[in-house]
Ligand binder design. Structure first.
Ligand code: ADP
Ligand code: MG
Length: 399
């Protein structure tokens, strides 16, 4: 009542574009600006129906993660007003002037604060939930409280396993060459790289992850950016969240060749902006994360590596740490791109390309780039080198 005023007449509209859950806008029919979002988890995966049962407790993971991330980064996380663990629902802030980022990117909208906002979100959530900030026993309790086996299994299967097999859940666009599909199953270097990423996902409990940080989980306008939908949250490798965002920006980049032309413009300007966002997100994340880490150590006088008066060893460790995180980020981004091309859950910027040949050509470029990310993830020295590779693969399009 505090938020909605007189609740005797409410308008309730189902949003209808989520994959797993039911989401409703609930507003006061006399003053529609008084409005909240209600999200409820049914005992199955909404997109598929009752044939794919899922426990409703996933809502508790989502609520816990929204509250945790909201405490760390309130400017980028919708406020949870109320949660009901018997009805498996929550009531949250209605982001009424924000659009799903994937949609905005398909429309070619420039968001000037995107890179800055997302790099802040990543640095704060990933740093403050890790052993670099938390006391060891607090962190271990947090790991245990965030165990999310059921939803992790979905990722283990749909991101790291099925796309590389001949699996009935995969689907391929009609003109995608068989050789591109075969390559995913038979390239030893690729299969090893993917298995290494799967191992890291299952074993490296570094920080509390969002767990599904694609551009459909980000709501944005010219001034603000919010991250929604963290029901896949668990303690995992940091690069999984960073890689998920970059993967989706690269899918937007390669598919822009079609969407840009469809809108009668030269796609290159927007593609340039997309790559700048990738660079800003990685570089901004890396700078902000390192600054939080240095601040923390100078305040507490405790170095993660132990006593280190002139900080030389700490700085050297930091640079090793970021290099490994960068390689992880690229490897996870590669897996995320591949699953969106051949796996069960697709992305609109690819599926909405009606010209089959054009769509397949773009998909081939995405797969090529994803393979390079995975196989060469330890060889790339900077994000600029990776972006150069993306440009090279895009430039091969006329061949
Ligand atoms: P699912 O868990 O089913 O994927 P999402 O959390 O992604 O559900 O929500 C589905 C859709 O509902 C989003 O794509 C967005 O359009 C809308 N939505 C979700 N949360 C909000 C919110 N806080 N404010 C406005 N719209 C929202
Ligand atoms: Mg969603």
């Amino acid at each position: 009542r505090e938020l909605l005023g007189d609740t005797s007449e409410l308008d309730v509209v189902e949003v209808g574009d989520g994959n797993l859950n039911f989401v409703y806008f609930v507003s006061n029919s006399q003053s529609p600006e008084k409005s909240v979002v209600v999200k409820q988890a049914p005992p199955f995966l909404r997109l598929v129906g009752t044939s794919w049962p899922l426990t409703r407790q996933r809502m508790e993971h989502e609520v816990a993660a929204l509250r945790r991330f909201g405490a760390l980064c309130p400017q980028h996380v919708p406020q949870v007003y109320h949660a009901d663990s018997k009805l498996f629902l929550m009531v949250m802030q209605h982001l009424s002037s924000h659009k799903i980022l994937r949609q905005g990117l398909m429309e070619g909208i420039v968001y000037p604060k995107l890179g800055d906002h997302l790099s802040t979100y990543l640095a704060h959530t990933l740093f403050f939930c890790s052993d670099l900030f938390l006391a060891p026993h607090v962190k271990k309790e947090a790991v245990s409280a965030a165990v999310n086996s059921e939803l992790c299994k979905i990722t283990e299967d749909l991101v790291f396993t099925y796309p590389f097999e001949d699996h009935p859940s995969n689907s391929y666009s009609p003109a995608l060459p068989q050789s591109a599909i075969d390559r995913l199953r038979t390239s030893e270097a690729l299969r090893i790289a993917v298995a290494e990423m799967k191992w890291a996902f299952m074993n490296h409990a570094e920080s509390l992850l969002h767990g599904d940080l694609h551009t459909g989980s980000i709501m944005i306008n010219q001034d603000e950016t919010f991250v929604i939908d963290p029901e896949f949250a668990f303690y995992g490798p940091m690069g999984f969240d960073v890689g998920a965002i970059l993967a989706n920006l690269w899918l937007a980049y390669f598919s822009r060749d079609w969407h840009g032309r469809a809108e009668g413009e030269d796609p290159e300007r927007y593609q340039q902006w997309l790559l700048e966002q990738v660079a800003q997100i990685w570089n901004g994340f890396s700078d902000k994360f390192l600054n939080l880490w240095r601040d923390q150590e100078s305040r507490s006088k405790r170095h993660f590596i132990g006593d280190d008066p002139d900080k030389k060893c700490s700085e050297a460790f930091r640079s090793h740490f970021m290099r490994r995180l960068f390689a992880d980020t690229l490897g996870f981004a590669g897996c995320k791109m591949i699953r969106r091309i051949v796996g069960m859950a697709k992305v609109a910027e690819i599926t909405r390309i009606p010209d089959e040949a054009a769509r397949a050509a773009i998909e081939v470029r995405c797969l090529k780039f994803a393979e390079a990310l995975l196989v060469q993830r330890q060889q790339f020295d900077s994000i600029d080198e990776v972006l150069a590779q993306a440009r090279t693969i895009r430039a091969q399009r006329e061949n």
